[in-house]
Design a protein around this ligand. Structure first.
Ligand code: SF4
Length: 501
């Protein structure tokens, strides 16, 4: 149940009425759909933690995945502030291990290394994401809500920046209390959606406090929603549909970690959902970093090619991807960060983008990392990331190069649109070229879309602050800290209007 912060807020009566019951009760239509859902158990054969490797309890064929020297170095860090497992638990599925055996990039993705905690610098929340959390487990930005519905994944990426959720760390809340980050609950979230959207409608299309439009899209995230049983995923889908959500995305790396999860029972659940709620758009947002995660490799280490030269997909991943794509009404999009030592490689990214488009999915975003605590072992400098992606797209067709490089500023999702090498004659600060940022989506409302910010180059920069002393032109307001503060206050007011107990 919510508590009110402002007596005059018209959302309050609605919220209080809606929260009179403490458990979400599905409608008859939802229940009819939920009754059709099968939830089989899956055997992912997951190895958890370094202990099995330290103690020689790992399966026979996994022996040697960590060398004796690697284990000795990791053991020395146990219990110290540099303990890599305290930062992010170690976890790998057998499916991923089988591919990683032949791939240094994939090993880098799941194997812990002492270098991960060599630099513990960075900020807890450099993009101030928590300013946008009106309800536990929900981030409300743009016209979209991101829900934390699971606190683990089938395997763990070493570079994950949801590590405070996955490692169950305590975080400081806006009100000064300290607690573990919680997961979204159906009743609270759907109450919030209804009350926000009712206010927007009553106010002519914009929220009276934040100026935001209708909350119409939801991304189910975590952790990975695909670790949940089908029944739980289905409960989210139908409850969100009943709350008036127009499009739902499921963000998942399961297609790389355990593609067999996308089996007939899951697809039947999607079919039944689509039959019950045909107006709700569905997208599966997959997360492939590197083509080694889904392409077949020969004994020579090269990708196996089909008769026309196209690389051949791993059979299980191909079956899972085609199973979804063959529906027609559900889209599949790939998005991935660019991570040092994993995919900061133009050739790998070129093959990845080509193969994703070949199978019928879309290349959506590549991301720059944030300057989060203990993340610097993984950060690729912003300009290097842009050049790597740009280089990777040389030789690709127009439809294969839809992906953009994005970095999440407090003001919104921002594209790293261009990096130049030449000075602009007569413009001080451009001697080494410039970087052009462009606002793609404003965190609050849509007004700043398309606005740009131009800064002088800093090849070592990993975050906006590294450009603060070389701003040339900033109509986007990325470095106008007064405006940023103003936007933060506006978001805070919106959060305060409906907040958790
Ligand atoms: S799949 Fe995503 S949430 Fe899970 S560990 Fe990897 S980056 Fe983190």
């Amino acid at each position: 149940m919510y508590t009110r912060l402002t007596e005059s807020d018209p959302a309050i009566c609605l919220v209080e009425t809606m929260s009179a019951t403490t458990e979400y009760v599905p409608t008859a239509k939802e229940q009819a759909f939920l009754d059709t859902v099968e939830s089989p158990r899956y055997e992912r054969e997951t190895i958890n933690g370094l202990a099995p490797f330290f103690e020689g309890r790992e399966p026979e064929d996994m022996r040697g995945f960590y060398t004796a020297d690697e284990l000795a170095a990791l053991r020395l860090l146990k219990g110290t502030p540099r303990d890599v497992e305290a930062r992010m638990p170690v976890k790998v599925t057998r499916h991923y291990f089988e591919m990683a055996k032949h791939s240094p990039a994939l090993q880098r993705l799941v194997k812990a290394r002492p270098a991960e905690t060599a630099d513990l610098g960075g900020a807890e929340d450099p993009g101030h994401q928590m300013d946008f959390s009106p309800v536990e487990g929900l981030l409300h930005k743009y016209e979209m809500g991101l829900l934390y519905v699971a606190s683990t994944c089938s395997a763990h990426c070493r570079f994950c920046y949801r590590e405070e959720l996955i490692a169950r760390k305590e975080v400081e809340r806006g009100d000064g209390t300290v607690a573990r980050k919680g997961l979204a609950q159906i009743l609270e979230v759907t109450d919030y959606i209804r009350s926000h959207n009712q206010l927007v409608e009553q106010n002519g299309g914009h929220h009276p406090a934040s100026g935001r439009e209708k909350l119409r899209e939801i991304l189910l995230s975590g952790g990975d929603p695909m670790v949940l049983p089908n029944s739980k995923i289905a409960a989210w889908l139908s409850a969100l549909a009943e709350a008036g959500i127009e499009a739902i995305r499921i963000g998942t790396k399961e297609m790389a970690f355990y593609p067999d999860r996308f089996d007939d029972a899951f697809l039947s659940m999607l079919d039944a959902f689509h039959a019950a709620y045909p107006d709700v758009g569905l997208r599966i947002v997959v997360h492939f970093e590197h083509p080694d995660e889904f392409l077949q490799k020969g004994a020579d280490g090269d990708y196996v090619r089909g008769p026309n030269g196209a690389p051949v997909w791993n059979e299980r991943t191909y079956r899972a991807m085609r199973g979804i794509l063959s529906r027609g009404w559900v889209r599949v999009e790939n998005q991935s960060p660019i991570i040092r030592g994993i995919n900061d490689d133009p050739d790998a990214l070129r093959i990845l983008q080509r193969a994703i488009k070949w199978i019928g999915a879309e290349n959506h975003y590549f991301f720059c990392g944030r300057d989060i605590i203990a993340y610097r072992a993984f950060n690729v400098p912003i300009e290097t990331a842009w050049m790597t992606l740009n280089e990777s797209q040389k030789g690709l067709s127009g439809v294969e190069t839809h992906a953009r490089l994005s970095i999440t500023h407090y003001r919104g999702k921002t594209e790293v649109a261009a990096v130049t090498n030449e000075p602009i004659p007569g413009v001080p600060g451009t001697e080494n070229g410039v970087v052009i940022f462009k606002i793609l989506r404003n965190a609050g409302d849509a007004r700043s879309r398309g606005k740009v910010c131009i800064v002088g180059r800093n090849p070592a920069a990993i975050w906006f602050d590294d450009y603060a002393d070389r701003v040339i032109f900033d109509e986007a307001g990325l470095f106008d800290y007064e405006r940023v503060e103003h936007a933060r206050k506006a978001a805070g007011a919106a959060v305060a209007a409906v907040t958790t107990r």
